[in-house]
Design a protein around this ligand. Structure first.
Ligand code: GLA
Length: 715
């Protein structure tokens, strides 16, 4: 009897606790707490975003703050996260907290799901927060369900809304263009809105990739200051709105760009937004980037914890002008260099309209009989004989008007029925909202893989934004096209991933017109820029490293910038996923020898360069030099890269202080990738980690375009 009473009492206590705690929703990583609370009016508010609060009793003191998922039609003072036109044309939504629950995902992340419901309409919104404790990364997304009997119209459907209350907000954005990607600039955010977005559709990130940083109170340095780094995992139009209100609070609204994307949500249907993924650091930008890098390798990137192949690509060596002999000679170059793979680029296909330039042939994925009379199988055989892998370029979402595909299926193309076509790089985009086109695009890859199972790699290109926007398939739902296009693309990529799980693929988009963390579920790497001038690459690789690890950044040595030495080029490219896009006949004998050695060094150091923690020691934006280092998890091995870019005569040169080492370990320093000249003074010496991090090494000089690479090993 007593036992029974005790059980009842315990049960009652449990219910009471749940009720009290239901008022608070806590999302936590090892360092961060994001807390929501339910107001007396039943609505959900963000009460706290900051350092982890460890005393449970403190949570009760938190005030409500800013509404967690602001809706249109109520207090319309600020940009809403959600705008729904209900079936009766009422466009207001008022969301009230219903419940929340936590669970553990298969990958170990802790998921918090909060259910909100409109009190007058059967509209349900679920907010998801997946917390990756150790990496201090949170991924958020939203599900919006239409419980009405009729279709409703979604006009705004953000993935996430976060708010901050700080003295100052400094936004870092990454703008650019083809061959001039990710230029970092800072703006202080003051009252009003700053919007970063794209309307380019397929090559969505051509002017700006979908990530940003916001420093709190003051511009964060690499090692100091608080910084939010965020990115949208969506391979299409995105929008970030930074809005500062009259109380100087900042709202960061992230999601698909609602531009021309009103979405008819049928009765019973659920709209799932893409993930907004963010990390927050109290110790500067470097830590925030490392958080992203280790999260990406462990949880996100396709084969994120596996190694990468070095390669020789024929694009800049031949452009469209090649035949079998030339390609086989280049394979010999690849073997001589010592890389893992030969990658055949654009120009190998189409017969009626041969692909001898970028004006025709896209869409006709049969080997060009003149260039490849013995088909791709011959190339695979040759590569196998020479002991290297074979990879191939495709651009399966696109079509040249001068192609058999266009002649047969003009209705598969995104273009306006009653207007002249407008071309970007002489091509148009296929309509991936149409399931038949999805099947076709999938068949391009599947046919190649079925015929030539030895293909070991794809470079998947995408050289045009969506222009002339109109889908013959979508009829009266034209505003679905930007979204359905991306979903169609994911359908193809899913099929590829499921049938060919071991196939590595590079995501390319005329340089980096396309890169995000949803695409990287399928791709093993991406092409950051067509600009391979090593000086420019120092800046470009630096910018992308804000969120993407070196493992996914393809970096090729080419003939761009004839003033730079082969050593300088190889050293820059060795900070990423190393490749070559050059023919050996363009190189001198000593350069070839140097490359052979450098590739051996790279192969030995790959685990450190690609999987280690990256420390950006000296920013190229800060002056005339740059330096980056990578340290392995055990702090036993490190690689340091140092570059003189445009040093000035008699410049005041400072030592480079290393980071991430163990102060108590003793390290030997060896300069590698040497090609003439004097070694750095530290070469062959040993130092404590403490010395290397506090005193530093003299790695910079006044010689233009000079570089040094150091291998550092604990004794
Ligand atoms: C794009 C890519 C290049 C190359 C060409 C081929 O521009 O970025 O690397 O593949 O297409 O046409």
């Amino acid at each position: 009897m007593k036992k029974r009473i005790l059980i009842v009492l315990l049960a009652l206590l449990a219910v009471a606790t749940t009720t009290a705690r239901q008022k608070l929703v806590k999302v936590e990583t090892d360092q961060l707490s994001l807390v929501f609370s339910v107001g007396d009016n039943g609505r959900l508010y963000q009460s706290y975003f900051g350092k982890k609060l460890t005393h449970d009793s403190d949570y009760d003191h938190l005030k409500n703050g800013v509404e967690a998922y602001l809706t249109h039609g109520m207090e319309d003072y600020f940009e809403p996260a959600l705008h729904v036109d209900h079936a009766d044309n009422n466009s207001s939504t008022l969301l009230k907290y219903v419940s929340h629950e936590t669970s553990t995902l298969a990958n170990g992340a802790k998921r918090t799901m909060v259910i909100l419901k409109d009190d007058k309409y059967p509209t349900t919104v679920k907010l998801f927060f997946d917390a990756y404790a150790k990496q201090n990364v949170i991924s958020t997304h939203t599900e919006i369900t239409n419980g009405e009997k009729k279709t409703v119209m979604l006009r705004k459907f953000a993935s996430s809304l976060l708010s901050f209350n700080r003295s100052k907000y400094v936004l870092t954005e990454y703008s650019g263009d083809w061959a001039n990607e990710v230029n970092m600039s800072e703006t202080e955010l003051n009252f009003g809105k700053k919007v970063l977005d794209t309307k380019l559709g397929s090559r969505a990130s051509m002017f700006m990739p979908s990530f940003f940083q916001v420093s709190m109170d003051k511009s964060a340095s690499e090692t100091e200051g608080e910084v939010l780094v965020g990115t949208l995992a969506w391979t299409g139009n995105y929008q970030f709105t930074f809005e500062v209100d009259q109380h100087h609070r900042l709202r960061v609204l992230s999601g698909i760009n609602p531009y021309f994307s009103d979405y008819n949500l049928k009765s019973g249907e659920t709209f799932t937004t893409p993930e907004f993924i963010f990390s927050y650091s109290y110790n500067g930008r470097g830590e925030a980037s490392r958080n992203f890098h280790s999260w990406a390798r462990k949880y996100r990137v396709n084969k994120g914890e596996e190694t990468r192949m070095t390669l020789l690509n024929n694009w800049e060596a031949t452009y469209f002008d090649f035949n079998e002999d030339k390609l086989v000679n280049l394979m010999d170059d690849a073997v001589k260099l010592g890389v893992d793979m030969f990658l055949l680029d654009d120009g190998w296909f189409a017969n009626k309209h041969p692909r001898n330039s970028d004006t025709q042939g896209l869409g006709d994925w049969e080997e060009n009989e003149k260039k490849l009379p013995h088909k791709v199988s011959y190339l695979c055989e040759q590569a196998a004989k020479k002991g290297i892998k074979f990879g191939i370029w495709i651009e399966p979402e696109m079509v040249n008007p001068k192609s058999e595909l266009y002649e047969k299926h003009p209705d598969w193309v995104i273009h306006l029925p009653n207007r002249d076509e407008y071309y970007f790089r002489n091509q148009l985009v296929l309509d991936l909202s149409n399931p038949k086109v999805v099947d076709y695009v999938w068949s391009v890859i599947d046919n190649l893989m079925t015929k030539y199972p030895d293909i070991a790699f794809f470079k998947w290109d995408c050289n045009s934004p969506i222009t002339n926007i109109y889908s013959n398939y979508l009829k009266d739902k034209q505003t679905h096209l930007y979204i359905e296009y991306v979903r169609g693309l994911y359908e193809v990529l899913n099929r590829v991933h499921n049938k060919y799980p071991n196939l590595p693929m590079m995501l390319c988009s005329g340089g980096s017109g396309r890169i995000d963390y949803e695409a990287l579920k399928y791709f093993t790497e991406y092409w950051p820029s067509d600009n391979t001038d090593p000086i420019e690459r120092i800046y470009i690789q630096y910018g992308y490293s804000s969120v993407y690890p070196s493992k996914v950044q393809c970096a090729h040595v080419t003939t761009w910038n004839r003033d730079a030495s082969m050593k300088f080029k190889v050293d820059v490219a060795s900070m990423g996923k190393l490749g070559f896009d050059i023919k050996l006949s363009d190189m001198k004998e000593d350069e070839i020898k140097f490359c052979q050695e450098a590739i051996k060094n790279y192969n030995r150091l790959k685990p450190v360069i690609l999987d280690g923690d990256m420390y950006r020691l000296v920013s190229p934006y800060s002056g005339n030099h740059a330096s980056t280092m990578m340290v392995d998890g055990s702090k036993d091995k490190a690689v340091v890269f140092a570059f003189n870019i445009h040093p000035r005569y008699s410049e005041h040169l400072l030592p480079v202080k290393l980071q991430g080492l163990d102060p108590n370990k003793t390290y030997s320093v060896k300069e590698i990738n040497r090609m003439g000249g004097w070694p750095v003074e530290a070469d062959g010496k040993t130092y404590s980690g403490e010395y290397l991090m506090n005193v530093g090494l003299n790695l910079f000089g006044t010689g233009k375009l000079k570089s040094h690479v150091l291998e550092i090993v604990a004794q």
